[in-house]
Ligand binder design. Structure first.
Ligand code: ADP
Ligand code: MG
Length: 249
């Protein structure tokens, strides 16, 4: 297995408070990896560091990929759907890879955007405003955009949280297809059943690495307990910090 992305003693911090601490290991080219861990474990932070959106406080992320080779689906809470943009234009943003941020959108892109919309089951939705869609429909739009972007490395942050079962199944099929096409996929997931059923590799994070490797080994009861105990420890620390340490609201 060829390592595509290597993490070397990676620490990522906000205001000097580490959210990801001393993580080392590698993602093989073509691997399908789940990132699991409690709330606040640093999962979203880790994805952003892998893409280069956050700089390490210590250690390194090593790869030879350009920013445009990463397809990224942010956590739903980070997206503002009040932005006045149509479904088709949202999908076309995925064509930036070929047209450039200020390049011309060519008719071929428009055709591919329409095809991507039908692949995700949203044929005929192109003219709708994104604010008018259900959570599941909007997630389908973001997957259509990833299809158009055609990236070799796809990072998904909780793609199935607050999404109906039918949409989860349809979008999971696309993830499995990406894996079959040899793309490298890394997804933050909450649903352990889904991780065990579909993700061969798991990275279990609780700020520090609890385990990283074959899912059946990493998602052991002992490791899950360990991750939970680590999370409870930070919650106690936060309580004993007192109001002076609390971040400004
Ligand atoms: P997860 O995705 O596993 O829930 P995150 O990576 O979002 O965890 O957050 C990890 C820690 O970093 C949390 O304690 C969170 O409050 C903190 N954090 C996340 N984003 C920021 C930010 N922009 N500024 C300051 N602290 C942050
Ligand atoms: Mg998160």
């Amino acid at each position: 297995m060829t390592p595509l992305i290597r993490l070397d003693n990676l620490t990522v911090a906000y205001d000097r408070h580490p959210a990801v601490h001393h993580v080392s290991g590698s993602f093989a080219s073509g691997s399908l990896t789940a990132i699991a861990g409690p709330n606040g474990a640093g999962k979203s932070t880790l994805l952003k560091a892998i893409m280069g959106e956050l700089r390490p406080a210590e250690g390194r992320v090593e790869h030879r990929l350009g920013r445009r080779e990463f397809g990224y689906l942010p956590q739903a809470a980070e997206i503002d759907r009040r932005f006045p943009i149509s479904v088709i234009d949202t999908v076309m943003l995925g064509a930036w890879k070929t047209s450039g941020a200020f390049g011309r959108i060519v008719p071929a892109d428009a055709r591919r955007a329409g095809e991507a919309l039908s692949t995700v089951g949203l044929e005929g939705f192109g003219g709708r405003h994104i604010g008018s869609l259900s959570a599941g429909q909007f997630q389908r739009v973001l997957f259509a955009r990833l299809l158009l972007q055609d990236a070799g490395i796809i990072l998904l942050d909780e793609p199935f949280t607050a999404i109906d079962a039918r949409t989860t199944k349809d979008l999971l099929d696309i993830v499995v297809r990406w894996h079959g096409e040899g793309r490298t996929v890394i997804a933050v997931l909450h649903d352990f059943e889904l991780v065990r059923a579909h993700f061969p590799q798991t990275l279990l994070l609780a700020r520090e690495l609890v385990g990283w490797g074959p899912t059946a080994e990493v998602m052991s009861p002992a490791n899950l307990l360990k991750a939970r105990a680590m999370a409870e420890r930070w919650e106690e620390d936060a309580e004993t910090c007192g109001p002076e340490e609390a971040p400004a609201a």
